[in-house]
Design a protein around this ligand. Structure first.
Ligand SMILES: Cc1cc2nc3c(=O)[nH]c(=O)nc-3n(C[C@H](O)[C@H](O)[C@H](O)COP(=O)(O)O)c2cc1C
Length: 223
């Protein structure tokens, strides 16, 4: 994907001398995009942030209503305050769960999620994906409004991956979302669908372990 595009031909970058350049094979990017929660403090360039946002904005939405609004936070003071709300939210979340699992993968996820909760303020970029709080009624159920936001979130994360940047889709901040929206000056009528930290990972990307897709797929008939 080009790192920038012109209005007349969005497939052609404005300044890239090699318009055919492929940053990364799309399937490789998909297969190695996973939750990254440990970041260096190296800043992310505005150009890279805009590339990820453009990718997000190309995502599908119900009726092409394009309901997602993006709020990019790089200011260190704001990140610190958001970090405090995020940690409180995460503590509330973990405190509300009965968790007796000793599964190794889950233990790793918890350690990594705890790390993010304790260090969110150090992540160079926090991107809020906002959606309208009021849901217009539809005669036909076309799905929840979040269905029109999460494709944009995933596009954002995939674009970041192609640039070597890490992300995690997070939602736990919703426990304090009224305070966060006020802090960021968001007018009434919006809510947080997701908050995505963006930065350079301290570790490397890899293929996450998942259930075998064949075990969760049926063909033509359920049984
Ligand atoms: C709807 C949703 C909400 C999530 N919320 C959080 C969150 O608040 N904090 C967090 O650290 N991770 C959050 N995650 C990330 C998941 O924990 C992560 O995708 C899962 O553990 C798989 O991680 P992996 O891709 O590295 O295997 C969320 C993911 C989704 C899809």
């Amino acid at each position: 994907m080009p790192r920038s595009g012109s209005a007349s031909d969005p497939t052609r970058p404005d300044s890239d001398p090699d318009p055919g350049k492929v940053l990364m094979d799309a399937l490789d990017a998909i297969m190695t995009t996973r939750a990254i929660r440990r970041f260096t403090t190296v800043p992310v360039s505005d150009e890279d942030i805009w590339t990820c946002l453009r990718a997000a904005q190309q995502a599908p939405s119900g009726g092409n209503r394009q309901v997602t609004r993006y709020l990019v936070v790089t200011d260190p003071d704001l990140r610190r305050e958001i970090g405090e709300y995020y940690r409180k939210s995460y503590d509330t979340y973990t405190g509300s769960r009965v968790d007796t699992s000793t599964d190794a993968t889950w233990t790793r996820i918890k350690a990594s999620a705890r790390h993010l909760a304790d260090h969110l303020a150090d992540v160079p970029v926090l991107v809020f994906f906002l959606m309208p709080a009021d849901r217009p009624g539809n005669a036909v159920d076309i799905g929840p409004l979040t269905a029109s936001v999460y494709p944009a979130v995933q596009n954002f994360c995939l674009a970041a991956r192609t640039l070597g940047l890490g992300t995690t889709l997070t939602t736990v901040i919703r426990a304090h979302h009224a305070e966060v929206l006020e802090l960021l000056g968001v007018p009434d009528g919006y809510e947080v669908a997701a908050m995505v930290p963006l930065g350079h990972p301290t570790g490397s990307f890899g293929v996450a372990k998942r259930r075998d897709v064949a075990d969760v797929t049926r063909w033509n008939q359920w049984s």
